[in-house]
Design a protein around this ligand. Structure first.
Ligand code: NDP
Length: 253
């Protein structure tokens, strides 16, 4: 069955990890559309891997003019957009997540800009190009519910996304645009290589595996399957809420 046949989708940060897993799942269900990111090389190879129905658009989600350009290009190529996944986020280049005593004002602002402000403006800039009845999926995090040392700012930004989805759903009621949050638990993506020194990588991934009741880290395809549900008409009555795909991580203390 093709749950997203003829749907036009856009996935920010679709050139890596979870975003790419979501784009693949959408492609497998018949969608076409665009992925975005700043890294031209990974963008080109990811778009290539997705096949002819997908294009890569270079852009920084913290730049409002880049966001406008991204949506215009997508709509020029495919027509109006049915599904928006606001996925780009996570670690800010050159600014590791840090203990409270080490956080500078710039560090704080960069994390909030990437993980909260850009989410709001991605949705805002998409509006002229979204079809009425579109599904907007904000990628949150289990970190909004279960604290992780040194990640307080990131966690707070992700918690605020849950509230954004509720408020935006209300604001967009007249257009029947649904906004929901999809919150992954620990997912095996390149982000771990950006946070953890290479020599500790396997140990850290194993630690996440050990504390996750499902007995493994998630895969980008796990989030892709949940995103297909939220993107499709199967979830037509799910509005302004959060779905966790975390292998039970948030059920343990
Ligand atoms: P990756 O580091 O693999 O991917 C991050 C993506 O975001 C890349 O495509 C990157 O592309 C893009 N990105 C980062 N900064 C910007 C920017 N300023 N402008 C445009 N694109 C940007 O991480 P994940 O796949 O793991 O993370 C994806 C999302 O999932 C994030 O929102 C993250 O917070 C969330 N998440 C991840 C979890 C995990 O365990 N992996 C758990 C819970 C949530 P490029 O560098 O080319 O710009």
């Amino acid at each position: 069955m093709s749950k997203l046949k003829n749907k036009v989708a856009i996935v920010t940060g679709g050139n890596s990890g979870i975003g790419f897993g979501i784009a693949e799942a959408f492609r497998n269900e018949g969608a076409v559309g665009a992925i975005t990111g700043r890294n031209e090389a990974t963008l080109a190879s990811a778009a290539d891997a997705l096949g002819t129905g997908f294009i890569g658009i270079k852009g920084d989600v913290t730049s409002l003019s880049d966001l406008e350009n991204t949506f215009k290009k997508t709509a020029d190529k495919f027509g109006k957009i049915d599904v928006l996944v606001v996925n780009a986020g996570g670690v800010v280049d050159g600014f590791p997540m840090a203990a409270i005593t080490d956080v500078t004002e710039e560090n704080y602002d960069r994390y909030m800009d990437l993980n909260l402000k850009s989410v709001y403006f991605t949705v805002q800039k998409s509006l002229p190009y979204l079809n009425d009845g579109a599904s907007v999926i904000l990628i949150g995090s289990s970190a909004a519910h279960r604290a992780v040392p040194g990640m307080a700012i990131y966690s707070a930004a992700k918690a605020a996304i849950i509230s954004l989805a509720k408020g935006l759903s209300l604001d967009l009621l007249s257009r029947k645009i649904r906004v929901n949050t999809l919150s992954p638990g620990s997912i095996d993506t390149p982000v771990f290589g950006k946070i953890v020194p290479q020599e500790q990588l396997e140990q850290v991934k194993q630690a996440w595996t050990d504390i996750t009741p499902a007995g493994r880290q998630g895969l980008p395809s796990d989030i892709g399957h949940a995103a297909v549900f939220l993107a499709s008409d199967d979830s037509a009555f799910i509005v302004g809420t959060e779905i966790l795909s975390d292998g039970g991580l948030t059920n343990i203390s």
